[in-house]
Structure formats: C-alpha cells, structure tokens
Design a protein around this ligand. Structure first.
Ligand code: FES
Length: 171
C-alpha cells in the first residue's frame, strides 16, 4: 500500500516480497531490481544488462516472470513479488534448487537466480514440461557458461517427482 511520501521524487510503499510486508522508501524512478537489491538487501536477484536482454534479473510478480530491470518498483503496489530468496521453505530447498545442485546446473551461477524463478513459474503452470517447453520458457534467459543442457535436465528432473506426487511445484 502507498504511504504518504512528503519528499518530492521519493516513493514510500509497502512491498509484498516473498510473503512479507517490506516498507521501502526509494527514488520514484528506481526499478524493482534496484529497490530489491539496494533498499531491501535482496541481492540474490542479479544485475545484468539492465536492458531486458539477459533475463538474470527475473523475478515473479503475481506468479508471472518479470524482468525486474524493466519495471518500476513504484508500480508494485498490491502485487506479490517472489525472489530467489523465497524459494526455500523453512529448511527445505525447493526441488529446483536440489536438482540444480545435484546436476551441477550452475557454473558461475550468475544467471541461476533468474532461471530458477522462470522455471518455478513454468512448473507451476505445467507440472511436467517437455524439453521444448523448457527451452521456450527459458528463451529470455542467457547463460554465459553455456550450461543449458544441465539446466534443462535439472528442470525436467525437478518436475518429475512433483508431477507424480500430484502436488504443485512449490509444494
Ligand atoms: Fe534485466 Fe538483463 S538485467 S534483462
């Protein structure tokens, strides 16, 4: 919810991030990426091109992947934001985190947070995606190390037990 912001050029907002209400004061022109990292200290979401071309800044907004470098934080009133910090529940890794670790799907790891979030959205919509569907979902996420094959396998492996258990991908 927007709060009174008496200082021109600043926005005061309570952002909903990973299920928590996070009050923040930030320059109105700042992107969601900047506010997540600089105001809320959620540095899991990475800076990349900041031009909408690499996907490393991907987060979920109301369950859908969004490039956080291309949206203003001031537009996030009432929206549910999910970042990589929210993937783990209690002490349990998300299945995607487990399979990425098991298969070595991260090399330098810089693109990994964005890919994990896009993959989470994919699995929530399609519990057992085909390889082609995974490729299509990740079309906007670049990996400089070229770990695409292991990334795709990790997503496929994460999907299987979720689908067979008949529960959602974040369950
Ligand atoms: Fe947002 Fe590259 S940093 S797409």
């Amino acid at each position: 919810m927007p709060l009174d912001s008496p200082t021109p050029g600043l926005t005061t907002l309570v952002l909903r991030v990973n299920g928590e209400e996070r009050p923040a004061v930030f320059p109105t022109h700042h992107t969601l990426l900047e506010v997540l990292r600089e105001e809320l200290a959620l540095t899991g979401t990475k800076h990349g091109c900041e031009l909408g071309e690499c996907g490393t800044c991907s987060v979920l907004v109301d369950g859908r992947p969004v490039l956080s470098c291309l949206v203003l934080a001031a537009e996030m009133d009432g929206k549910a934001i999910e970042t990589v910090e929210g993937l783990q529940e209690s002490n349990e890794l998300h299945p995607l985190q487990e399979t990425f670790a098991d298969l070595g799907a991260a090399q330098c790891g810089y693109c990994t947070p964005g890919i994990l979030m896009v993959a989470k959205a994919l699995l929530e919509e399609n519990a057992e995606p085909s390889r082609d569907e995974i490729v299509a979902a990740l079309a906007g996420n670049l990996c400089r190390c070229g770990s695409y094959d292991r990334i795709k396998r990790a997503i496929r492996r994460a999907s299987a037990p979720l689908a067979s258990a008949g529960r959602p991908a974040d369950g």
